[in-house]
Design a protein around this ligand. Sequence first.
Ligand code: GLP
Length: 267
Amino acid sequence: MEVIIQKDAETAALLVARLIAKELHLKPHLVLGLATGRTMERAYRWLVKMHKECELDFSLCRTFNLDEYIGLAPANEHSYRHYMNEHLFNKVNIDLRNTQLPNGMAKDLDVECAHYEHLIADCGGIDVQLLGIGVAGHIGFNEPLSALRSRTRPKALTPITLTQNAPMFGGDMRKVPKRAITMGVGTILEAKRLLVLVTGPEKAEIVAKAVEGPITSMVSATALQLHPSCTVVVDEPAASKLEGQEYYRWVFSHEPEWREYREPLIT
Ligand code: GLP
């Protein structure tokens, strides 16, 4: 795992967008795992800008989102399908037929989850999975006690998550669906590369646990430590409780693989 500390949320999101853009240039048929949440909006804005101004090409790219609320139709403004269309898909040259999210309206949720796993496998697996971390320590919607080998399945959301996501439902946590379909921790760990973006002071504690704490199913983000190719990009506020900050900064400023990313494109 590498931890890259950037000065603010915008610079951190730009770095993640640049890393994705590089992967897309190297492999136009990239299978890209995507995440939702407020943190990702910045990263998607940068990707849209790169598409418009630098011709970043999504035409051959296929995507799989981590999760979707159960009971929300794709057209519902609170669904993650709607979020993805609004923030990314409708603004770049991706073929919507190449974009997948779990179907939260499926009659048989277990069949839908197995189908989602098959779709991922049929594409040869996910090349790059973008991830955020929730305040409950989840990746996707893998709430506390999610098995570290779990696969795509329905999951009940914790009160912490319902509260965290309430602002997207007019501030009323009673309106947030209580369940979601999510890729499992095991599914996520099978992606070839993980790119994690976490920003803001309210995430400082959970980032420290995820990166430096003991691996536990109580905090599914600690499973990131098991992945051989995981890059965590954080801003200063989210990094503030990391014990190894000095070392992480040294690695980023000295290791050859990060050379092209050291010069910030914005100041
Ligand atoms: C949401 C999503 C996660 C996301 C996380 C952080 O509930 N299911 O995939 O990473 O919570 O959200 P935010 O960026 O709004 O803090």
